[in-house]
Ligand binder design. Structure first.
Ligand SMILES: Nc1ncnc2c1ncn2[C@@H]1O[C@H](COP(=O)(O)OP(=O)(O)O)[C@@H](O)[C@H]1O
Ligand SMILES: [Mg+2]
Length: 241
């Protein structure tokens, strides 16, 4: 989306974070503007998942700050961040295989004051295949459907900021265009998105802006279109994908 110049919905400033003695993120700063889709690309082990964990409050940074609008989230618990409008779809998806599609979606409304029924309708409109399978156990879904369910669950509470950690991981190549289309639709419906992907080209093709994370540091950032053209990025990260 364009017209994103105004206010940052998410403001990350000088983040250092890691695991005990192991520092992973070094001085990571970026803004996510209202309505924007920001793709963070980078190789395996660069710290992408660690960044998502810090944004969600699963790990607390050693220094730096994370703000959602005017609210300082730096040390806020994950469930409170969810209540404030941040939603993470992790690499692992964390579905309950023995529960139905509808039951898994319902878990996404935990402690919610929203109208649960209208949330169901919203998600089933976006993902008709989940509608068809609402009484089926999550464990019987295909990989693509399971990822749609994870996305749907993360959207049940109408997040302001959606954090997506490698949503295409493990999906058959045939299913990936549809996944990226859905992410675009979610963003066009007004949800600001931070997308972390090893599939760098696809991720930049649907993004407004991109950041390159290497060895825990943002080493390059630009408009997504410019980044897709940048020779050093193309050579290292956009080769075949
Ligand atoms: N729980 C953990 N404890 C210690 N080190 C970890 C842990 N999780 C990840 N790491 C290390 O942090 C670095 C970044 O990992 P990660 O954030 O998962 O990268 P990415 O998602 O970009 O592949 C790696 O060197 C990894 O080994
Ligand atoms: Mg990762």
């Amino acid at each position: 989306m364009q017209e994103t110049q105004q206010r940052p919905v998410l403001n990350v400033d000088g983040l250092d974070a890691g695991y005990g003695e192991v520092q992973v993120l070094r001085d990571v700063s970026f803004e996510l503007y209202e309505g924007e889709l920001l793709s963070i690309i980078g190789p395996n082990g660069a710290g992408k998942t660690t960044l998502m964990r810090a944004l969600m409050g699963i790990i607390i940074p050693d220094s730096g700050s994370i703000r959602l609008g005017e609210t300082d989230l730096t040390t806020v618990e994950p469930n409170e961040r969810v209540a404030q409008g941040v939603s993470l779809i992790s690499e692992k998806r964390n579905l309950f295989r023995d529960m139905t599609v509808a039951e898994n979606l319902k878990l996404g409304t935990y402690l919610s004051r929203d109208d649960v029924e209208s949330s169901f309708e919203r998600i089933y409109d976006l993902f008709p295949r989940l509608d068809e399978r609402r009484d089926q156990k999550a464990g019987t879904l295909s990989g693509g459907e399971a990822q749609m369910l994870a996305l749907g669950r993360g959207l049940m509470k109408r997040p302001r900021v959606l954090l997506l950690d490698e949503p295409s991981l493990g999906l058959a190549p045939l299913l990936i265009p549809e996944l990226f289309d859905k992410i675009t639709t979610i963003n066009e419906n007004g949800v600001s998105v931070v997308l972390v992907e090893q599939r760098a080209r696809k991720a930049l093709e649907i993004a407004d802006r991109g950041c390159l994370l290497e060895n825990g540091e943002i080493t390059y950032r630009d408009d997504a279109v410019a980044m897709l053209d940048k020779q050093s990025v193309v050579e290292q990260y956009l080769g075949g994908a």
